[in-house]
Ligand binder design. Structure first.
Ligand SMILES: [Zn+2]
Ligand SMILES: [Zn+2]
Length: 423
């Protein structure tokens, strides 16, 4: 009989043979964030639609064609979060975290939802690690964040030489308009050769032509003017200081003048980390500064920055690069009742072992001893614990090492200690 339903297009089930890998990278992310002084924040899966249209920007692909927006039974327009930053800023303001003063460092693990064409490494429900630093305009914060991101990937065992940190600045509300106009003029001069989307972007979002993935657009934009002569003094100083700090921290990066990011709220620093061996969807993470976002959401002027790291792609890169991955959890012991009268004593013994913190499992189907031994093998247990008439009478258990087939008969009262100090 086949399955009657399947998971929606662009989503995936994380099955038991891979969920432990998710748990592993999630634990590494949490540990690392705590190491860098971040605290966790959890926000709802959906938000008022307006939060995203106003912050991410009406003209972006995300808002114009990728959001999962629906009306609830009360007639409110809600949207499944398409990115992680705007909800954090909303919560930061709603709960007056800014009033606590100082810098807030917040991290999260969240699904995000975008109606995109599914392909390798791209899902309609994707998952992200996020980190946000709110309340500082200093380039030292940008440097610490970038250094932490590379620390995360190298800590997972991904060789840094397989990664590239791409870095750019996109100016601020003072200096960017002139650059935007320069790009628009450059685009207009090549209008007929641009793709249809970019021709529309000439009026709505000309900077995004810079990171269009269509080869003809890319070829044209190779010769587009860089932002450097347009940067205001403050933006230029910020970018120079950041680069000096990255050199001091020995963080390798490459300047990419075409890196502009798809969200309207970015200012100054933008970055992404790309990996070898991922094909077209090779960006592992992206982020940057969003100095105007908190204010545009109704808060006080609050410079901030952050990153979103794709969990699916991180796992994909680890697999493709052959990074050592943890084994799934296995029971240490599989209890085998050698007769029907041993079934209840086996269950009691399992209870004692589990309460002592020893992972074990046993047959729940009243199978034969031979079938139970097969289960012990299949469960990947280190020991089969055999409980027969003789063991019951003498209050012992026989432990068979399933690798070496060595057997030891141990008094039941000493089982926990024996297993805890096992050879
Ligand atoms: Zn500027
Ligand atoms: Zn294009």
């Amino acid at each position: 009989m086949g399955a009657r339903y399947s998971a929606p297009r662009g989503t995936q089930d994380i099955l038991p043979d891979t969920s432990h890998l998710w748990q592993y990278v999630e634990a590494r992310w949490r540990d690392l964030c705590h190491l860098y002084g971040y605290r966790e924040i959890r926000t709802p899966i959906f938000e008022e639609t307006e939060l995203f249209t106003r912050s991410v920007g009406e003209a972006t692909d995300i808002v114009s064609k990728e959001m999962y927006t629906f009306e609830d039974r009360g007639g409110r327009s809600l949207t499944l979060k398409p990115e992680g930053t705007a909800p954090v800023v909303r919560a930061y303001l709603e709960h007056s975290l800014h009033a606590q003063g100082g810098v807030q460092k917040l991290y999260y693990i969240t699904p995000i939802f975008r109606y995109e064409r599914p392909q390798k490494g791209r899902y309609r429900q994707a998952h992200q690690f996020g980190a946000e630093i709110l309340g500082t305009a200093e380039p030292i914060a940008d440097a610490e964040l970038l250094s932490m991101i590379l620390h995360f990937f190298s800590g997972l065992g991904i060789p840094l030489e397989k990664l590239e940190l791409r870095l750019n600045t996109i100016g601020c509300s003072v200096c960017r308009p002139a650059y935007r106009e320069a790009i628009r003029q450059f685009g207009l001069a090549h209008r007929d050769a641009l793709c249809e989307t970019c021709r529309a972007r000439l009026e709505t979002n000309p900077l995004r032509i810079l990171d269009c993935k269509v080869p003809t657009c890319q070829a044209i934009m190779q010769n587009a003017p860089p932002i450097d002569p347009y940067l205001c003094e403050a933006c230029r100083a910020h970018f120079e200081r950041l680069q000096a700090l990255l050199k001091a921290l020995d963080v390798p990066y490459r300047r990419d003048v075409r890196l502009v990011r798809g969200l309207d709220y970015y200012t100054r620093t933008t970055f992404e980390v790309v990996a070898q061996g991922l094909g077209a969807q090779n960006a592992l993470c992206g982020g940057g500064r969003y100095d105007g976002l908190v204010e545009s959401c109704g808060g006080p002027p609050t410079p901030a920055l952050g990153v979103g790291i794709g969990i699916e792609r991180t796992l994909l890169v680890m697999q493709e690069l052959g990074v050592p991955l943890p084994e799934p959890p296995r029971p240490l012991v599989y209890l085998v009742a050698m007769s029907d009268s041993a079934r209840v004593p086996a269950l009691l013994l399992a209870q004692q072992l589990r309460h002592a913190g020893i992972a074990c499992d046993l047959d729940l189907e009243e199978r034969s001893p031979k079938a139970q031994m097969k289960r012990a093998d299949r469960a990947g247990a280190r020991y089969a614990l055999l409980l027969g008439e003789e063991e019951l009478q003498q209050h012992t258990a026989t432990l068979r090492d399933l690798n070496t087939h060595e057997q030891n008969t141990v008094p039941q009262t000493e089982l926990v200690a024996w297993l805890q100090n096992r050879p």
